[in-house]
Design a protein around this ligand. Structure first.
Ligand code: PLP
Length: 427
């Protein structure tokens, strides 16, 4: 239940913005109630519009891996702003960030910066189509890759909770350039390639699914994607907008030891400011304008504030022991939930890969959208409201991952533990 101040704000918001929000999942529609409005945040703590404190497990849907308002990042943004917030001309910072990206993710031999993950994915797939001369893109049912028309086909995340995984307004002809397979389904992808392999420009995949909730990839399936795309001269695109810098320093490709042709990044890369990037093989990326014929551009691409926040963020990720400590924070959160869930009659699967996790209200492990779709959404909604009342701001959808940060230690975990015990017991 949100507070009176938030409810009053939401009433006003509903008059001027569709659903009162600027991105659907924020409206809390799938868990009931109205959203908590946020005033400020620090470390793992959010401060609501009425001054109440919450432990934050959304982390702006991924970017805030260092916790909120980390002093060094704030300083970098302020310093950059003093030099002007945008030039629309090349800067030293962009080069430094591109070099840093290549250092973290060596398969990204060349990089193009954008202003969002959506744009990064659109750029990567346009290059894949330009490079291969083919139109067909393969994606997984329940995966979300941003708001491009041809990717809003059986998309997860907010689209799934609205019960409208296929958005209105997407022309059928455009949707028909996308083919669908289930996550972790080796036979499915083999059959698709057998039938249409020579039409496939690219397979795009979240190498750890986050937008149907957190679902680990089976290594044999990822390897099959790699080998089929090679065999049929298609490209393998890892959408690491969510997993990049999160499930390992070099993203899922480092964690699982696989090399895609192209990679998309976003979220953490901008340290909380709007940034995306796509990149990969030099021969493929050389197709991008002005080097080659694939057009893609952006007024604010490589924005100096976002670039400064990104560089400082990546530098901090490189501090001694960062990923071990992050893993331990996330592991503790997962254990707290697993232990607390034993108090409830609901069957719950806590699924985690690195610092991404989901509490699935499901009797069986979730391997794909087939199982995710069978989760008890009502029970999840009740649990979510209960956690919120007890000061824990969990993502308001069964099909989202939670994103602990490096600051999820100490008192915020005590609040989480107490809330989880009570919320599961109350189900
Ligand atoms: N790809 C993945 C895997 C995502 O999770 C998201 C957003 O949640 C996007 C792409 C789109 O990124 P953005 O919201 O920055 O446009």
């Amino acid at each position: 239940m949100s507070d009176a101040v938030s409810r009053a704000l939401h009433e006003k918001a509903l008059q001027v913005m569709p659903g009162g929000v600027n991105s659907p999942v924020r409206a809390f529609q799938s868990v009931g109630g109205s959203p908590v409005y946020i005033q400020s945040a620090s470390g793992p703590w959010l401060k609501g519009a009425d001054g109440r404190r919450y432990v934050d497990y959304i982390g702006s849907w991924g970017p805030m891996i260092l916790g909120h308002a980390r002093a060094e990042v704030v300083e970098a943004i302020c310093e950059a702003a003093q030099q002007s917030s945008s030039f629309g001309a090349p800067t030293q910072g962009e080069v430094a960030l591109a070099e840093k990206i290549r250092d973290f993710v060596p398969s990204m031999q060349m990089v193009r910066l954008t202003s969002s993950g959506t744009e990064a994915v659109m750029g990567a797939l346009r290059v894949a189509r330009g490079y291969t001369g083919r139109d067909l893109v393969v994606k997984c049912i329940g995966a979300y890759h941003g708001g491009a028309d041809y990717l809003l086909v059986k998309a997860g995340s907010g689209a799934a909770t609205l019960g409208a995984p296929d958005s209105a307004g997407v022309p059928k002809a455009i949707a028909s350039t996308t083919s669908l397979v289930h996550y972790n389904d080796i036979e499915g992808i083999q059959q698709l390639f057998k039938a249409r392999g020579r039409d496939v420009a690219a397979v795009i995949v979240e190498p750890v699914a986050g937008n149907m909730g957190c679902v680990a990839p089976e290594l044999a399936w990822l390897e099959e994607l790699r080998s089929l795309t090679e065999e049929y001269d298609s490209l393998l695109v890892f959408d690491e907008v969510m997993t990049g810098f999160r499930v390992a320093r070099g993203g899922a490709q480092e964690r699982f030891g696989l090399t895609p042709d192209l990679t998309c990044l976003g979220k953490i890369l901008g340290g909380g400011l709007p940034v995306g990037a796509y990149g990969g093989r030099r021969d493929v990326m050389s197709m991008v304008a002005p080097s080659g014929p694939v057009y893609q551009a952006g007024t604010l691409s490589g924005n100096p504030l976002a670039v400064a926040a990104g560089i400082r963020t990546l530098e901090l990720l490189d501090e001694e022991g960062f990923y071990e400590r992050l893993e331990s924070c996330a592991q503790t959160v997962a254990s707290i939930l697993a232990e607390a869930s034993k108090r409830s009659s609901a069957q719950v699967q806590i699924q985690r890969v690195g610092a991404m996790l989901t509490a699935f209200f499901s009797p069986e492990p979730v391997r794909s959208w087939r199982e995710a779709d069978r989760c008890d959404r009502d029970a999840f909604g009740r649990w979510h409201r209960s956690m919120l009342e007890r000061g824990v701001y969990w993502p308001p959808s069964q099909f989202e991952a939670a994103f602990p940060s490096i600051t999820h230690e100490g008192p915020c975990l005590e609040v989480t533990e107490q809330a989880a015990r009570e919320a599961f017991a109350a189900l």
